[in-house]
Design a protein. Structure first.
Length: 168
C-alpha cells in the first residue's frame, strides 16, 4: 500500500464530497448527528481552502482516500474538516492529513491550530489528543470559535463537542 498526500484541487471536490459522506456513516448509531440532515462542506468553502493552500488529499495507491481542509483566522489556523473514506480508514491517512495541515498552517505563520470535534468517539477527540492536540476551556475560546459553535448548534449537540488546539 502506498500512502501519500498532495494539495487538493478544484477537480477533487466531487470526490471530497463522496469521502465526507462515506466517513459520516461512521457516526451511525452514536446519536451525535442526523446523517440525513447533514450537508457536505460547501463547494465555496473547499475552493477557499484550496486557494489558501490549506486543503490536502490523502491517496492510497493513487486513489483519493481522504481529505483535510481549513482556513486561517488571524494568526491561527482552523482545521475545519478531516474525513477518510470508510474503505480506507485505520491505515494512517487521517494522521498523515493532520500532519500535512499543521505543517502548512505553520508555514503560513500560524501560532496555533484549532479544531472542533466530538468529545467521545475514538476517532475524534481521542485521536486528536494522540496527535498532540489538547482540549481548551470555554474561557479560552476566541471570538471566531464562539461564532463557529453558534453555527454548529443549529444541527449538532454542542455539549458533546470540544475545541482543541496544538501549538504555542
Amino acid at each position: 500500500m502506498t500512502l501519500a498526500t498532495r494539495p487538493a484541487t478544484i477537480a477533487d471536490i466531487p470526490r471530497m464530497h463522496e469521502i465526507e459522506t462515506s466517513a459520516g456513516e461512521l457516526f451511525e448509531g452514536w446519536g451525535l448527528i442526523a446523517l440525513d440532515d447533514m450537508a457536505v462542506v460547501a463547494v465555496t468553502d473547499h475552493i477557499a481552502a484550496i486557494e489558501v493552500q490549506l486543503s490536502f488529499i490523502a491517496e492510497v495507491d493513487g486513489r483519493a482516500a481522504g481529505f483535510v481542509m481549513g482556513e486561517m483566522y488571524g494568526p491561527d489556523a482552523y482545521l475545519h474538516e478531516l474525513d477518510v473514506d470508510a474503505a480506507y480508514q485505520r491505515r494512517g491517512a487521517g494522521a498523515l492529513l493532520v500532519r500535512a495541515f499543521v505543517e502548512a498552517a505553520r508555514a503560513k505563520g500560524a501560532a496555533a491550530v484549532y479544531l472542533s470535534t466530538f468529545r467521545d468517539p475514538p476517532w475524534n477527540a481521542p485521536f486528536y489528543a494522540r496527535m498532540g492536540f489538547r482540549e481548551i476551556a470555554r474561557s479560552e475560546y476566541l471570538p471566531w470559535m464562539t461564532a463557529i459553535e453558534t453555527e454548529q448548534a443549529a444541527f449538532l449537540d454542542i455539549s458533546k463537542r470540544v475545541f482543541m488546539r496544538t501549538g504555542t
